[in-house]
Design a binder for this molecule. Structure first.
Ligand code: ADP
Length: 265
């Protein structure tokens, strides 16, 4: 394990934007000079304004920033769901910006997992069927050993034959987390994954996500506005007005909250 991937006893450490591409560690994904502009002239909006960011392999990174700071745009462009105006993004060393739509679709299918605020489960399928559906659609046979490891990690083993309507919100999100992890993607993107859950259940989900990183080696990038969700990450990257302004390693909820005040959240 790298020094970065291991929370240390030194507590939260705040760094400037020049550290947003960590050096000497493998990156699962990175953005280089990423710009996304909407409109022209006086109406131009710089959703991303020359963003350089690296997401470390085997690490849990949170992206934070005020509403409109570019969090979703960055995540969507990294995941090949949206395109940049200029600059590049790469996943697992592959230049996503150079891909055509078909290759981007294959990248999403083969290398990425997604967790959203809405669980997006199929109501007529059991938990087990929901988890394995993306792989079946891709014509792949789910790896039973990995499936067992994932559902055990998220504590779902005894609920696999239930349909979503027979599960609590927290259990439904565990199914969605398992579905994202099932194909062993290079990177999982999560967008406010606990936004629909009460805080106790949300904390359980975040604990499972962190466990998936620490115990299973998964890489996760999560957009959130909540300091007490961000503290489950190894590292928090802060955006404002389309630019990375700072980052925090080994975050705590209170330290993130205090830091947000200093950067005008
Ligand atoms: P966040 O996720 O941090 O709330 P977004 O990435 O959604 O921020 O948006 C960044 C900026 O880009 C905002 O000012 C938003 O209004 C603008 N924006 C996003 N999508 C569009 C669009 N399709 N057309 C015009 N402006 C957009």
């Amino acid at each position: 394990m790298t020094e970065l991937a291991t929370p240390t006893a030194t507590g939260p450490q705040i760094l400037g934007p020049e550290h947003a591409v960590p050096e000497g560690v493998p990156l699962a994904a990175r953005a280089t000079g990423a710009c996304k502009f909407y409109g022209k002239g006086d109406n131009e909006v710089r959703a991303l304004d020359d963003v350089d960011a690296g997401f470390v392999d085997g690490q849990f990174t949170a992206i934070m920033g005020p509403s409109g700071s570019g969090k979703s745009t960055l995540m969507h462009c990294m995941a090949g769901l949206d395109t940049l105006t200029s600059g590049t993004v790469s996943v697992d060393g592959e230049d996503v910006t150079a891909m055509n739509e078909k290759n981007r679709t294959m990248l999403r299918r083969d290398k990425l997992g997604f967790i959203f605020q809405a669980f997006n489960l199929i109501p007529t399928l059991s938990a087990r069927e929901n988890i394995t559906l993306p792989q079946r659609l891709a014509g792949r046979k789910p790896d039973q050993g990995w499936f067992d490891t994932v559902v055990e990690t998220v504590g779902l083993s005894h609920r696999l034959d239930h349909r979503p309507s027979e599960l609590s919100g927290g259990q439904q999100q565990r199914v969605a987390v398992s579905r994202a992890l099932a194909s062993q993607p290079k990177i999982v993107f999560a967008d406010e994954p606990t936004g629909n859950l009460d805080s106790t259940t949300g904390n359980e989900i975040l604990t499972f996500m962190r466990k998936a990183v620490d115990d299973l080696g998964q890489t996760i990038v999560m957009v959130t506005h909540d300091p007490y969700s961000a503290m489950y990450a190894h590292r928090v990257v802060f955006l404002a007005d389309g630019k990375i302004v700072s980052e925090m390693r080994n975050p705590t909820g209170d330290a993130v909250l205090d830091h947000m005040k200093t950067i005008g959240h």
